[in-house]
Every structure is written in C-alpha cells, then in structure tokens.
Write a protein that binds this ligand. Structure first.
Ligand SMILES: Cc1cc2nc3c(=O)[nH]c(=O)nc-3n(C[C@H](O)[C@H](O)[C@H](O)COP(=O)(O)OP(=O)(O)OC[C@H]3O[C@@H](n4cnc5c(N)ncnc54)[C@H](O)[C@@H]3O)c2cc1C
Length: 190
C-alpha cells in the first residue's frame, strides 16, 4: 500500500488530504498535502452523486420529515434499508425500534420540498402527506418506501437507522440529484 509521504509526486489536479491527524511531513507540505477538516471531508463526500429523499415519520402523532441523501438499500432477503441520521435530529427523539418511517425519493421538481425539510423551511409546507401502512407518505414522489425500524446503530455523530421494508410505491418520473452540494438533473444515459 502506498503511504502519503512516501510518494514523490501527486496528480497535479488532485487535492490530497492526510486523514490520520498526524502532523504533515515536509514532503507532504511541499506537495501541497492538506490536513483533514470538515470542509475537506464534505467536499470529497460530495463527489458521490446521490438522489435526495425525505424521511417522514410521526412526531407526537403528526407528520414530520427530514431531508437525507445518506440512504441506501442494505439487504434483499430480508429487505432492509438504511438512513444515516445526525444525532441531534428530531427524528431520533421520536423514532425507535418497532416504529415506521417512510423514505420519500424526490422527483426533479421537488427541490423546494428538499429545502423545506433540510433546514431551509418555506412559509407554507410545499407538499402534502397521506397516511400509508403506518407512516406519513409525501404526495407526488418518485418512490415511497415504508419501513419498520429493526435496528439503530450509533456511528460517530450520526445514527444508522435500519428498517425492514413493508410497503413500496413507485412512479415513472425524473429524479432530483445531489452532487457537489447542489441540486442537479439527470443528464441522460451513458
Ligand atoms: C440535500 C440534503 C441532504 C441531507 N442529507 C442528510 C442526511 O443524509 N442525514 C442527515 O442527518 N441530515 C441530512 N441533511 C440535513 C438535514 O436535512 C437537516 O439537518 C434538517 O434540518 C434535519 O433536521 P431535524 O431532523 O432536526 O429536522 P427538523 O428540524 O425537525 O425538520 C426539518 C425541517 O422540516 C420542517 N418540518 C418537519 N416536519 C414538518 C411538517 N409536518 N410540516 C411542515 N414542516 C415540517 C421543520 O420545520 C424543519 O425546518 C441533508 C440536507 C440536505 C439539504
């Protein structure tokens, strides 16, 4: 394995970051290697293009939602999905093992919905909820996945919320894409 510092040169257009917290060597400084910080971490993670979803749930009996891009399918048998949720999120004050939540995959026109549930709320809620199989589901999404929480795994400043899928809905439409900290549109087939 090649260790940072043992290299003579780095790709000229790459930002190279040391992640182990150790002081940069002179070789690294000369090569422009940078220490890890939150902005660098976010920037590198932002190179991974994702869709955008709103995780909806019941908060004191009323629908609530939180925008998330850290969503993935985990297992086919049994069907499991995972969302990584910030530990301070209101979702974690309400949702526990046995509860249901819905992952609403946003369509291209739903950037305002993402903003609203992602910390930039509009005056009026830009979507409606329907009750479906134990969870509030947002109208007009690309897909809705209703899952029952089977496990909560602490992971640093986030918690991995693992759910067993109990109900699926999907429709044909274009997705909302998130890349490099901005919303994008899908640019056709490769
Ligand atoms: C594109 C994108 C991706 C993100 N990905 C992640 C991720 O993967 N994991 C993560 O932890 N965070 C992620 N975030 C950040 C997260 O969405 C914000 O931190 C958000 O504020 C969630 O905070 P909260 O759970 O405390 O929700 P809250 O602050 O409780 O709610 C979020 C917003 O939704 C509004 N809201 C909630 N329910 C309703 C309702 N029923 N009617 C009307 N308004 C309502 C609230 O007023 C608030 O403004 C992402 C944000 C964006 C924009």
């Amino acid at each position: 394995m090649l260790e940072i510092g043992a290299q003579d040169s780095y790709p000229p257009d790459a930002v190279v970051v040391r992640c182990d917290g150790a002081a940069l060597t002179d070789v690294e400084k000369d090569a422009g290697v940078q220490p890890l910080d939150a902005a660098r971490f976010r920037s590198a993670m932002g190179k991974f293009a994702t869709g955008v979803c709103v995780v909806s749930y019941l908060l004191e009996g009323r629908p609530a939602g939180m925008t998330a891009s850290a969503f993935m399918s985990v297992s086919l048998d049994p069907p499991l999905v995972l969302v990584s949720v910030r530990n301070q999120s209101r979702l974690l004050t309400s949702v526990t093992v046995g509860d249901r939540y819905a992952v609403n995959v946003l369509a291209r026109h739903q950037d305002q919905v993402s903003d609203h549930f992602g910390g930039r709320p509009s005056d009026a809620t830009p979507c409606a909820f329907q009750h479906s199989h134990g969870a509030p589901v947002i109208d007009d999404c690309l897909a809705a996945i209703v899952a029952r929480v089977v496990d909560l795994h602490p992971a640093g400043d986030h918690t991995l919320v693992i759910g067993q899928v109990e109900h699926l809905e999907e429709r044909a439409a274009a997705p909302l894409i998130y890349f490099g900290g901005r919303y994008r549109r899908l640019d056709g087939v490769v």
